[in-house]
Ligand binder design. Structure first.
Ligand code: PLP
Length: 491
């Protein structure tokens, strides 16, 4: 195709905000970048092009001048104007390879795959999406009023702030954690993070060298292990039984580990709580071996058969436990707010690492959360959701007992937002998950929670994790009917 044919096809619109010469300049540039106008091609003289397009010569001159100045064209107006050969060749070189220009670094490759198995919540909520609090119960009206008030009165906090977080929020969290979880801390020990995910990441970066061993429960929450894989740590999987993480197993198989990631209050997905004997055993071993314990306490507000249990950190007498908490369950995950309670000597390194990563969390959500807590909404929300989730949990247990007792055996149900169930018959988890999805319900197979490096001792009976906290009892009842159909069709 001749150059003039390509240019003749351009459409320039009069009467818009964009001057005609800018439109012409933009279209020639795009044609060069697309490769439609190739290296060394001669553009028509300005007099010819202005007739071709029905615009003034000045319009064409201005467009050519701009393209010459930017290096897309070469030559002199009047002596012939050409598409620059060097520029077009560069563009072609850049377009050709589909892969990366050069491989990722070893660290980059680890990062690029570490979180790949963790699913993100996708689309509208439906039964039985796990790990979700009930958004229908969240007082968004109050939250938006508190937020609007903050926007109306901006102050010096809108500048670069303390990497540890908004001081009044740290104070309020301290009071809350001491009272509800027995956490032994001062406000200075609390560092606000972007979810517990970031807390786990910071601790991994600070405390583990590549190759260092770290115990991780399997099955377990794989998002929490992702920072370990990204850091090149050696993930050592430890089975979980009715008493929680099998500490004996860890000590026998990985005596030199530098860190233990543990969910003593409520294990995901199995729902068990770590016994006092195991907690003390773990603390004794960690103290003697100078290993860190990272206590991931994510949903302990929701205990239906008694008050929340004291944290493992509250039993620690040697400052080896780092407590990591989140607002993802008690408020909602999209808020991306969590905190680390570090032993005194570790506080400053965590604050500095947080500053390296993102300076600090966004200030307004921190202020709004502080107001939400100070005005009593936080406490009321926990109370209200605990009651509602207790009712939803009951709907789940009653429904399973009535319609699915022959198919499912329930795991512990005294805490959390989800219920773990095991198949009574030999069923293929993956087939069940796909069949359920085809019927419009979301269930998570327990194998999803298995570590990719799990040792055989970590195997558990096949089953599902079913979220109930985010669903109204009627949705739970309907979802269970669908699940019953799905399971009965698996012959
Ligand atoms: C065991 C466990 N820890 C922590 C979290 C929360 O992570 P975040 O605070 O990053 O949302 C989850 C979320 O599902 C979880 O299951």
């Amino acid at each position: 195709m001749k150059t003039s044919d390509i240019l003749a096809a351009f459409t320039l619109q009069r009467g818009t905000d964009e001057p005609l010469f800018r439109q012409l300049y933009g279209q020639i540039k795009q044609a060069i970048l697309r490769g439609a106008l190739g290296a060394g091609m001669q553009l028509p003289p300005t007099r010819e092009l202005c007739q071709l397009l029905g615009v003034s010569r000045q319009t064409v001159l201005n467009a050519y001048d701009q393209l010459l100045a930017e290096g897309y064209l070469s030559g002199t107006v009047g002596k012939g104007t050409f598409i620059s050969s060097h520029l077009t060749l560069d563009k072609q070189k850049k377009r050709a390879p589909r892969g990366l220009m050069r491989p990722l670094s070893a660290r980059g490759a680890a990062y690029a795959t570490a979180m790949a198995r963790v699913k993100f919540h996708n689309g509208a909520l439906r039964a039985f999406r796990p790990s979700m609090p009930g958004l229908d119960l969240f007082p968004f009206d109050i939250w938006s009023r508190l937020e609007a008030r903050r926007w109306r009165h901006p102050d010096h906090h809108m500048g670069y702030g303390d990497p540890a977080g908004y001081a009044p929020l740290r104070e309020l969290l301290c009071v809350y954690l001491r009272a509800s979880r027995g956490v032994n801390c001062t406000p200075e020990q609390i560092i606000i993070t972007s979810g517990s995910q970031q807390g786990l990441y910071l601790l991994t970066q600070l405390l583990l060298a590549p190759g260092d061993q770290v115990w991780a429960e399997s099955p377990g929450y794989q998002g929490a292990s992702a920072p370990f894989f990204a850091a090149g740590a050696s993930v050592c999987t430890v089975p979980v039984d009715a008493q929680g993480m099998d500490v004996d197993f860890g000590i026998r198989h990985y005596p030199d580990a530098k860190m233990v990631l543990s969910t003593p209050s409520h294990q995901l997905p199995l729902g068990v709580t770590m016994s006092l004997t195991r907690r003390l055993q773990l603390l004794r071993w960690a103290e003697a071996n100078k290993a860190w314990i990272v206590e991931d306490d994510y949903d302990s507000e929701y205990r239906y058969t008694g008050p929340p249990l004291a944290s493992l950190q509250s039993l620690d007498r040697s400052d080896c436990t780092v407590y990591v908490g989140t607002l993802s369950k008690v408020l909602f995950p999209g808020l991306r707010m969590g905190y680390v309670v570090a032993p005194p000597a570790l506080v400053e390194p965590v604050i500095q690492a947080k500053a390296v990563l993102d300076r600090h969390n966004a200030i307004v959500p921190q202020m709004v959360l502080a107001d939400f807590m100070a005005e009593g909404h936080f406490g009321r929300h926990i109370k209200r959701t605990r009651e509602a989730y207790a009712e939803r949990r009951q709907a789940m247990l009653t429904g399973i007992a009535a319609h699915l007792d022959d198919e499912l055996r329930c795991g512990p149900s005294d805490a959390g937002l989800d219920l773990c169930v095991h198949f009574r018959r030999a069923l293929d988890e993956t087939r069940v998950v796909h069949a359920a999805l085809a019927q419009g319900i979301e269930v998570r197979g327990l194998s999803y929670f298995a570590s990719p490096v799990a040792v055989p001792a970590c195997a558990v009976d096949p089953g599902l994790l079913l979220g109930f906290a985010a669903l109204q009892p009627a949705e739970i009842a309907h979802g269970l009917q669908v699940l019953a159909r799905v399971l009965r069709s698996q012959r």
